[in-house]
Ligand binder design. Structure first.
Ligand SMILES: [Zn+2]
Length: 285
């Protein structure tokens, strides 16, 4: 008769084998850039294997955690980098629960602060967990899986109390070989003008449309300079702001830019197999 030790060894071996097979499966999956459908707000997950960059966390912790649970490997409890574009609730609201449920490696933010309960809680949890927070500065680069995320905007540190948070949103460019993305937070025309004047290369394939498709963003000059093939609009169905606006949608379609909206498609996923191959787009509700 086979003893307990025999069965234990077999079980241990199978668990071990399953765990390592899963790890290999995770590490060989293509790089993903996922525009999460978080309702009215922004949250973008860039992932390769067990390494992640999360840009914003949408308005709700519950939604954000459910979305991350869907895409992150189940044993992975660390997000290496969080970029908080600006301190509005529809961008940082969900990050509080992210910090409570995941280890956050680092945060990149502007110096902008907001006198709201949600901003205070986001600031407090970073202090409590001693999460290193770096100030976004033009030209800063973050290595990610042999590629780079570059901070395009703002140019320098933002005064905590100074004015318009939307126009101080972090704008970042991400290049994966022949594929390029521009993430624009909630910038409007004044910030777009500054970026155009900076001489930064913002010509990309995939553009996250600024400020949920507001008519005060996506100026003709900015769209001409970015000249994307695909424009992603992160927006909640029937939101009270009227986003995305008719004006912005018309500017995009008149340039034959393919429009992808989270309120229509759900999560919008770019899967990038190799640097010299175009990323493939799929959607998931
Ligand atoms: Zn917003």
């Amino acid at each position: 008769m086979k003893n307990k030790f025999y069965y234990f060894t077999i079980a241990a071996f199978l668990i071990f084998f399953a765990y390592f097979s899963y790890q290999i499966f995770v590490e060989t999956r293509p790089l993903q850039v996922v525009f999460l459908d978080v309702g009215q707000g922004d949250s973008i997950l860039i992932q390769k294997g067990t390494r992640q960059i999360l840009i914003d966390g949408g308005p709700s912790g519950k939604t954000e955690l459910a979305k991350l649970g869907k895409y992150l490997p189940y044993f992975d409890r660390e997000i290496e980098l969080v970029i908080a574009t600006h301190p509005d609730r529809d961008h940082i609201g969900g990050l509080i629960d992210v910090a409570k449920n995941y280890k956050i490696g680092k945060v990149i933010a502007t110096g902008a602060e907001k006198d709201t309960a949600v901003f205070k809680e986001w600031k407090d949890i970073r202090e409590y967990d001693r999460i290193e927070t770096l100030v976004a500065l033009r030209g800063d680069e973050v290595d990610f899986d042999g590629t780079k995320m570059r901070i395009i905007f703002p140019e320098g540190p933002v005064d905590a109390a100074a004015g318009d948070a939307n126009n101080q949103s972090i704008v970042a460019r991400f290049d994966y070989g022949d594929n390029s993305f521009l993430f624009t937070g909630d910038i409007e025309s004044p910030a777009e003008k500054e970026i155009l004047a900076s001489g930064e290369n913002i010509d990309v394939d995939f553009l996250k449309v600024a400020h949920h498709g507001s008519k005060y963003s996506s100026s003709n000059e900015f769209l001409d300079a970015t000249s994307p093939t695909d424009a992603i609009i992160s927006v909640g169905a029937n939101n009270s702001y009227g986003h995305p606006t008719k004006e912005t949608l018309e500017k995009l379609s008149s340039r034959n830019i393919n429009i992808l909206r989270t309120d229509e498609k759900g999560d919008i996923i770019f899967e990038c197999k190799a640097q010299n191959e175009k990323c493939k787009t799929t959607t998931q509700n």
